[in-house]
Design a protein around this ligand. Structure first.
Ligand code: NDP
Length: 479
């Protein structure tokens, strides 16, 4: 008989926590419990990747009729109905949450619909008042969006709110230039919302390849996003009056998320920017970063180290300073992506329950930003690679066949960064429709250490956009 109630207690039912719990229980026979205070599935399934991607799909139909006409179809433009889409979206999220609950139950994981915090190195206290003991505790509580420190910031919404809107606003201001800001600028623009975006820096998507960032910014502007670089919000207030332009996009009155976030339905928001302009919007959307969920969990008093942003400090095996307590996913603020949290969860189970110490490999993680056009990337940007060693840059940008035939404007970019010393592909950057799908495949080759010559001896698939990746013969520059 174990001296503990469980072998493992997981706090947080998102992608990382659920995977670790069910693999530990299902594959090693460990006695596992999991507590989740909100919906099962976490940020990715409930208020992140999944609903966001469905909104991307919805928004991409905007030009479908126009393109179809260019290809000879007789097809009229139509209107987007947010309420119809939202009903289906909610049903899909309910279904997925059910799947998550079923997976846990099927693996024998006991679940608690409660908030949990640490009482000591082996004890968890639940919001129901119960306490449970476990040999190991895994914290997988994720993160949450943050608003900037600005008076009246609660008039604005954050990404969690967007999926609950009763109707789409007519005019939205998005603050930020990261993943979420750029993805939602494209989504909302595609759904027919007038989108203005303020980003305080010189170019959106800081940290990614400059040439790719430039093309994405240009494409966003071309498709109607009113993007202002070097611009930030200074002040905001709501005068409480009716919006002068406020017939919302969609069928119902705008305002559910707004209400939950503290602002009222249909009230215009006046925003003063660093460029001196004051403009009026129906909604302001702060996409200004996320913060780990580590508050009020009893961590510091136990000796668990927490960083400046609230991130739990762990070693390469995801172990905290308290040996029985581990942490994975966004709460550790390493690489904040769902598949990474899942990997960290699997490595934790391998290390702790399978006797096979497995450090998490955070090198060469392919990822995608679901802007329009999409951005798929793996490895170093040109700027990072240059700072490291001598490189060759292979790059091409063109209008793809499908777009050119329909007389569309959109360009794509295919770019390879090659090490001069050993010919390895150090980075690959694709801006193109479907780039997320493409980079997954390129990611395998790059992770295997492919060289430029490996790419060169691969026969092109014709006619495709991505054949350029294996047919670029001469570097556009060396550095
Ligand atoms: P990011 O950190 O990517 O971007 C935050 C943006 O807000 C930056 O442009 C930042 O500017 C700006 N900002 C921060 N503070 C302020 C402020 N006080 N005033 C004005 N602007 C500010 O965060 P996101 O919220 O977009 O995304 C969080 C994470 O979630 C991502 O890093 C990613 O790991 C993950 N994610 C991944 C997705 C995917 O894989 N497709 C999609 C969505 C999220 P600056 O650049 O100057 O710091």
């Amino acid at each position: 008989m174990s001296e503990f109630d469980y072998d493992l207690f997981v706090i947080g039912g998102g992608s990382g926590g659920v995977r670790a719990a069910r693999v530990a229980a299902g594959e090693t026979g460990a006695k596992v419990a999991l507590a989740e205070e909100d919906r099962y599935g976490g940020t990715c399934v409930i208020r992140g990747c999944v609903p966001k991607k469905l909104m991307v799909f919805a928004s991409e139909y905007r030009h479908a009729a126009k393109e179809a006409r260019a290809y000879g179809w007789d097809m009229a433009d139509g209107d987007f109905h947010w309420d119809r889409f939202k009903g289906k979206l909610e049903a899909e999220l309910d279904r997925l949450e059910g799947v998550y609950r079923k997976l846990l139950a099927g693996s024998g994981v006991e679940t608690f619909d409660a908030r949990a915090k640490l009482k000591d190195a082996h004890t968890v206290e639940l919001s129901t008042g119960e306490t449970k003991t476990a040999k190991h505790i895994l914290i997988a509580t994720g993160g949450r969006p943050v608003r900037p420190d600005l008076p009246n910031a609660d008039l604005g919404m954050v990404s969690d709110d967007i999926f609950h809107l009763k109707a789409l606003p007519k005019r939205v201001l998005i603050i930020g230039g990261g993943y979420i800001a750029c993805e939602f600028a494209c989504i909302l623009n595609g759904l027919g919302v007038e989108v203005t975006q303020y980003y305080r820096g010189a170019q959106i998507l800081r940290g990614f390849d400059d040439e790719a960032r430039g093309l994405i910014a240009e494409s966003m502007k071309q498709s109607g996003v009113d993007l202002h670089l070097g611009t930030d919000i200074v002040e905001m207030h709501s005068d409480g009056g009716d919006s002068d332009l406020a017939s919302p996009v969609g069928d119902a009155q705008y305002g559910a998320a707004a209400q939950s976030a503290g602002h009222e339905a249909g009230k215009p928001i006046h925003v003063k920017a660093t460029n001196g302009e004051t403009r009026v919007f129906d909604a302001v959307f702060f996409a200004t970063g996320r913060k780990p969920n580590s508050d009020n969990m009893g961590l510091e008093s136990l000796g668990i180290e927490v960083g400046r942003k609230g991130e739990i400090k762990v070693d390469e095996y995801s172990q905290t300073k308290v040996p029985s307590v581990y942490a994975i996913g966004d709460v550790t603020d390493r690489v904040n992506l769902t598949p990474v949290a899942i990997r960290e969860g699997m490595a934790f189970v391998e290390t702790v329950f399978k006797g096979n110490p497995t450090a998490v490999d955070h090198d060469l993680i392919p990822s995608a930003v679901f802007t329009q056009p999409e951005f798929g990337t793996v490895g170093l940007s040109e700027e990072q690679a240059r700072a490291q060693e001598e490189i060759e840059v292979y790059c091409t940008s063109f209008r793809p066949m499908q777009t050119a035939f329909a007389e569309g404007e959109g360009r794509v970019l295919m770019k390879l960064i090659v090490s001069k010393a050993n010919r390895t592909i150090l980075g690959c950057h694709i801006v193109a429709p479907g780039a997320g799908e493409l980079i997954q495949m390129v990611g395998i080759a790059v992770k295997m250490g492919a060289t430029k010559e490996d790419f060169d001896r691969t026969v092109a698939v014709h006619p495709t956009m991505s054949e350029e990746l294996v047919t670029m013969r001469n570097p556009v520059r060396t550095a």
